[in-house]
Design a protein around this ligand. Structure first.
Ligand SMILES: Nc1ncnc2c1ncn2[C@@H]1O[C@H](COP(=O)(O)OP(=O)(O)OP(=O)(O)O)[C@@H](O)[C@H]1O
Ligand SMILES: [Mg+2]
Length: 492
């Protein structure tokens, strides 16, 4: 069977075209004459929208500022992209403020960067335009500094629209997370101490950069104890959801106890440097009232360490039963009390702060109020004690750069094990010369003199060594570094 298809003749095509053009012209004339201008605009943009060829690209604009506050995603993108700058970038600008440790890098002109996430290509474009009208704005640069702003800055993030869910739901949160980590790495750790305000009787926090070089590598500690502390800190910082789930405040308390010069303050600095947490050094002797304590503690920031050194002798704390009697028999003003401190630790601050560490130090744990020692208050009791032969090797590596075994190590190690010598004493000897042989010779001499003095004292006295506390008893029995963890309190 044969079928015939009718092919339109050129004249019929031309006449159809002519009639279509005539209809469009008629439609335009009607539109111009009878329809108001705003409605005309709406109709034409709707027509353009429906007949425009569809692009597969989706562009997301991330402005620096929404007119009121900074855009967190913009700041995060800035930090994230600077960490990925490659040779394609032609011009950058750098800044550094006096209190910052490292330089800040920023794009100077419009730039384009390509990134890949889970196999998907994303293109970032940094755009920077001069503001056309209006006064320049004051902009907070995310570090508490304000500057006048003549430019409008934004990022354009473009990708294939079929990956919209992946990019907005997972890539953008990833950029936010990465920027937080990069910021934490760069963060300058601050030490906040109390100072009195000249025009009033109150006291306030004052901060300086913590330039204490102590780290877990430089601190002479029993390897197991060091590992346990690091693991405890790591567990603590990653357990946000756990603390929320069990309804516990996200805080952790450590009690460091041990003789002077055994590294309690150095360990605090090592913890702060490890976590990049600020330290708030609370000197109890400066605090007069509970209300001052509350005010100061409320001013401390999250991700910080509150330190109370020498808790046993910083201040005579009235006990928890209330005001004690004054020397003249009059009741003492109910001012700063131990219960105020403990209430705060247990309650007030716990409920309004996140990622807080509290560290108490003491030279003598036996002298502490039992209220401070009861289970659950301090999560970990860390005993810092006299130097061991193993600890000495860490100090020798740090101070003298001796990596391998030195011929004097054995003799020094044996002497150290046989007496109570603090890391501070040994560190001081090791600092006396750059020459390892000279330093170690000096240390050996120091240890021998100390040993002889100890023997002489023993002969003069009742034949026992000067122990003074239980802790030293444990040292004599070879338990040099002890770690008690209140295991009930440990999140698993
Ligand atoms: N365990 C240690 N590892 C490395 N260095 C140490 C250690 N202990 C002490 N030092 C050295 O001794 C100095 C004094 O130590 P640190 O101030 O940390 O002792 P402390 O236990 O806090 O003493 P105090 O009870 O008197 O406050 C430190 O600056 C450090 O150089
Ligand atoms: Mg100290």
């Amino acid at each position: 069977m044969v079928t015939f298809t009718a092919i339109p003749s050129p004249s019929s095509v031309f006449s159809a075209y002519a009639s279509l053009s005539a209809s469009i012209m008629l439609f335009q004339t009607v539109l111009n004459q009878f329809v108001p201008r705003p409605v005309q605009n709406c109709i034409s943009s709707a027509i353009r929208y429906y007949f425009k060829p569809r692009s597969s690209k989706l562009v997301v604009v991330i402005e620096e500022n929404d007119g009121i506050s900074n855009n967190e995603i913009y700041n995060a993108a800035e930090i994230y992209l600077y960490s990925k700058i490659d040779s394609s970038i032609e011009c950058l600008k750098i800044t550094k403020r006096p209190k910052e440790a490292s330089i800040n890098i920023k794009f100077a002109h419009c730039e384009k960067m390509v990134d890949y996430y889970d196999g998907v290509e994303v293109v970032w474009r940094f755009c920077c335009e001069e503001r056309k009208k209006g006064p320049s704005k004051l902009v907070d640069d995310d570090s508490g500094h304000f500057f006048s702003d003549f430019e409008k800055r934004y990022f354009e993030l473009s990708f294939n629209r079929k990956h919209k869910e992946k990019i907005l739901g997972s890539y953008v949160p990833y950029v936010l997370r990465r920027s937080k980590d990069i910021k934490a790495e760069k963060k300058v750790v601050k030490l906040h101490t109390l100072s009195s305000i000249s025009y009033s009787s109150s006291i306030a926090w004052e901060s300086i950069n913590l330039e204490h070089p102590s780290t877990f590598d430089t601190i002479a500690l029993d390897a197991k104890l060091k590992k346990a502390i690091i693991e405890d800190l790591d567990r603590f910082v990653r357990r946000k959801d756990f603390y929320r789930k069990v309804g516990k405040a996200w805080k952790r308390g450590y009690l460091l106890h041990g003789p002077p010069g055994t590294g309690k303050s150095s360990l605090i600095a090592a913890i702060a440097n490890y976590l990049r947490f600020d330290i708030y050094d609370l000197e109890l002797a400066n605090i007069k009232r509970d209300s001052d304590l509350r005010r100061l503690l409320l001013k401390t920031a999250n991700r910080s360490i509150l330190v109370i050194e020498d808790i046993d002798c910083g201040v005579e704390l009235p006990d928890r039963k209330g005001p004690s009697a004054h020397a003249e028999g009059r009741p003492r003003e109910p001012q700063f009390t131990l219960s105020g401190l403990l209430n705060f630790i247990d309650g007030l601050w716990s409920s309004c702060g996140d990622e807080r560490i509290i560290i108490f130090t003491t030279n003598n744990r036996d002298r502490l109020d039992p209220a401070l020692l009861r289970a659950g208050r301090m999560d970990m009791h860390i005993s810092m004690s006299y130097l061991t032969a193993e600890g000495f090797k860490i100090l020798a590596t740090n101070y003298l750069d001796i990596k391998d075994h030195h011929w004097q190590f054995e003799e020094i190690g044996e002497l150290i094990e046989s007496m109570n010598v603090t890391p501070a004493e040994v560190a001081e000897e090791l600092m006396k010369s750059d020459d390892a042989d000279v330093s170690l010779g000096g240390l050996l001499n120091f240890l021998n003199v100390k040993r002889k003095k100890m023997n002489d004292d023993d002969e003069d006295g009742d034949g026992t060594k000067d122990k003074g506390s239980d802790e030293i008893d444990q040292v004599q029995k070879g338990k040099r570094l002890k770690l008690d963890i209140n295991t009930d309190e440990l999140p698993r």
